[in-house]
Design a protein around this ligand. Structure first.
Ligand code: OGA
Ligand code: NI
Length: 358
């Protein structure tokens, strides 16, 4: 539906009101058919990606998980987490229908009128665990990111039933539930290489004690080369499980300030190591910087599940990792402090992890 505004908006505060306070998001802006990008979205040159920075011949590993018990699979997972911090998995056991329906649910949520979505803005939302927003931290950013999102922090099925938007709630819960097995398998494999033989209750809490799921919407952009969908960052999770559609635009940092595209592979999930696992593994597994470019002709969605420690957990290198005499590169930090630090600033590459460095 076309937004009902009478005159073209050019004034900065009008744009901010329209996008942020009124709940239209960049989607609303995109649907007005703007011919050029509002200046708030123009990123400094060094944050844009140029063709010469892309490594077309490179790609992150794609790992077939169908014969899970084959030690080669675990081996490939650990190698990928050490070398790339990013890989894709196929035959992971999450049914295709579940993936398709969560993508449909994402389109349904963003297709709601602004009045409906506005109910989940920070200032209106019935809970801090449900948040509709745009960009990343608009109040801290010099330039905005071309993206809207719904962020859902999972507490319990009952809370989700009561508070999550009904147009996507059941599909999101189903996706979370069906991905649990593969998440555990990935973590078990990764832990073995760290000399952690068993994931006991405490380890389970540290590795996957809480989950956040985001529905991301990147609307068609009039000048995609001048802005970003998501700026350079690493995730603060243990692991991120990302479902993307068939459009593409996610890039991972390679060597020499160059970037590697993560091509959509039908039915696959993108897995990446987050800062929490980098810290717990004392740097053995790496959380790699990534970013999303804006698209000039299509609306893109993605649905990451951030598998995290609990906010009240202290995280630091696991004792098993340091057993052999390796020196700790990170101190113990309260996970909620770490996350607060991440959300207080604009995306700034790998800088968040400095917070935990010794
Ligand atoms: C994120 C992210 C990538 C994408 O939400 O942290 O990196 O493809 N998303 O949307
Ligand atoms: Ni990310």
């Amino acid at each position: 539906m076309a937004p009902t505004i009478s005159a073209p908006i050019t004034d900065s505060s009008e744009i901010t009101d329209f996008i942020i306070s009124e709940g239209n998001g960049v989607k609303g802006l995109s649907e007005m058919g703007l011919k050029s990008l509002p200046k708030q979205y123009i990123q400094p040159l060094e944050e844009r990606i140029s063709a010469s920075q892309i490594m077309p011949q490179q790609s992150i590993p794609i790992i077939d998980m169908s014969s899970w018990d084959d030690p080669n699979v675990a081996e490939s997972i650990c190698n990928a987490a050490e070398k790339w911090g990013f890989f894709q998995i196929t035959n992971h056991g999450v049914p295709i229908e579940v993936l398709e329906s969560v993508k449909e649910a994402t389109h349904r949520f963003f297709g709601l009128p602004a009045e409906e979505k506005r109910r989940f803005l920070k200032e209106n939302s019935p809970s801090k665990n449900v948040r509709f927003g745009t960009s990343f931290t608009p109040e801290a950013e010099k330039a905005l990111e071309w993206k809207d999102y719904l962020s859902l922090f999972y507490v319990s099925e009952d809370e989700a039933s009561a508070l999550w938007p009904p147009v996507c709630r059941d599909q999101v819960l189903e996706y979370m539930k069906s991905s649990e097995v593969v998440i555990k398998r990935l973590l078990e494999a990764l832990m073995k290489r760290l000399n952690v033989k068993e994931i006991d209750e405490m380890k389970e809490s540290l590795l996957m004690g809480s989950k956040r799921i985001n529905l991301n919407y990147y609307p068609t952009c009039p000048n995609p080369e001048l802005t970003v969908g998501v700026g350079r960052h690493s995730d603060v999770s243990t692991l991120t499980i990302l479902l993307q559609d068939d459009i593409g635009g996610l890039y991972v940092r390679g060597d020499n300030d160059r970037w590697i595209h993560v091509p959509p592979v039908s039915g696959s999930l993108v897995i990446n190591v987050g800062d929490a696992l980098q810290i717990m593994s004392n740097g053995r597994y790496k959380s790699i910087e990534h970013r999303v470019v804006a698209n000039g002709s299509r609306n893109r969605i993605s649905v990451p599940i951030f598998v995290n420690p609990r906010p009240c957990d202290m995280i630091g290198p696991f004792p098993e990792v340091l057993e052999g005499g390796e020196e700790a590169a990170y101190k113990q930090v309260l996970y909620s402090d770490y996350v607060k630090h991440f959300f207080r600033k604009a995306h700034d590459g790998k800088n968040t992890v400095e917070f935990a460095k010794i």
